[in-house]
Design a protein around this ligand. Structure first.
Ligand code: FES
Length: 71
């Protein structure tokens, strides 16, 4: 499902960008173009960052996301 309809960016793409090193809204905006148009995706982008930063086991989360991408 799209997190950012304007740029056709999915939550999965956002999570992958975070795993690849994006650490802020600014990083995600620069890498994926989210929040650049209408801005309605801002809350979803921030939620993804919060989830990543508060994940008790980032390696496990990474594995889950990567395995879901491969599926
Ligand atoms: S939904 Fe992301 S900029 Fe419009």
């Amino acid at each position: 499902m799209y997190a950012c309809v304007c740029r056709a960016v999915t939550e999965r793409q956002i999570h992958l960008a975070i795993l690849a090193g994006a650490n802020s809204v600014k990083d995600l905006r620069h890498e994926l173009g989210v929040i650049d148009e209408c801005g309605h995706c801002a809350s979803c982008v921030k939620k993804c960052l919060r989830e990543a930063h508060h994940s008790p086991s980032p390696k496990l989360s990474s594995a889950n996301i990567l395995s879901s991408v491969a599926a």
